[in-house]
Write a protein that binds this ligand. Structure first.
Ligand code: GDP
Ligand code: MG
Length: 208
């Protein structure tokens, strides 16, 4: 198949403490709506969002937790095949920011090497209740070389940007290098696996 016609699937996980707004962020992104009492996501594995990136159709397979993050661990299967992880904390709850370290450990243990990570401070609309400054979080994220956004599912701040940015990051890591290589290589990207950059880039002589 011609490369421009290929459809890619990126598996993206929502992660972070219970109550930080993971489900609300997804609901805002997928349905452009917000409810103060979001329903539980029990029974739903993932939801799809299709968009176009550099002329390619990209399916974002968005995975939400079903509440098991209350125990600060979501199990190894959740991480399987993930290309990107959106790590969310609550700007009005310091504890959820402090717990990012333990989520990062979990990611290190269970996710594929090179997985794209992004840190998101949600509920930044709640001005009077802020417990984590933007500066503190920005410095923390910069030290980790991880992109950082403050967002609000409630007032629809940065929500689209979070998912677009994640998508572009994954695209740049996994797909863009292959396109450079594709004229000389007919093999197709299989997004079911978690290919690393090194395994995806092969230098072959152009047969033409
Ligand atoms: P999850 O456990 O991480 O999935 O968190 P939820 O998405 O269920 O959100 C928990 C609660 O936080 C919601 O019921 C809302 O009341 C509140 N919430 C979520 N997002 C926002 C936001 O952007 N701003 C404010 N002020 N509250 C939010
Ligand atoms: Mg939830």
């Amino acid at each position: 198949m011609e490369d421009s016609k290929r459809k890619y699937t990126f598996k993206i996980l929502m992660l972070g403490d219970s109550g930080v707004g993971k489900t609300c962020l997804l609901q805002r992104f997928l349905e452009n709506r917000y409810t103060d009492n979001s329903e539980s996501t029990v029974g739903i594995d993932f939801r799809l969002h299709t968009h176009k990136l550099s002329g390619h159709l990209v399916d974002l397979q968005l995975w939400d937790t079903a509440g098991e993050e209350r125990f600060r661990s979501v199990g190894t299967t959740y991480y399987r095949g993930a290309h990107g992880i959106i790590l969310v904390y609550d700007t009005t709850k310091r504890e959820t920011f402090n717990n990012i370290d333990s989520w990062l450990l979990d990611i290190q243990r269970h996710a594929a090497e090179g997985v794209n990570i992004m840190i998101v401070g949600n509920k930044c609309d709640a001005l009077g209740q802020r417990q984590v400054s933007q500066q503190t979080a920005a410095v923390f994220a910069a030290q980790l070389h991880v992109p950082f956004f403050e967002a609000s599912a409630k007032s629809d701040l940065n929500v689209q940007d979070i998912f677009t940015n994640m998508s572009v990051m994954i695209y740049n890591r996994l797909i863009a290098p292959r396109i450079l290589d594709s004229m000389a290589d007919s093999s197709v990207v299989t997004t079911r696996t978690s290919p690393s950059l090194t395994s995806s880039v092969r230098v072959k002589a152009n047969p033409a």
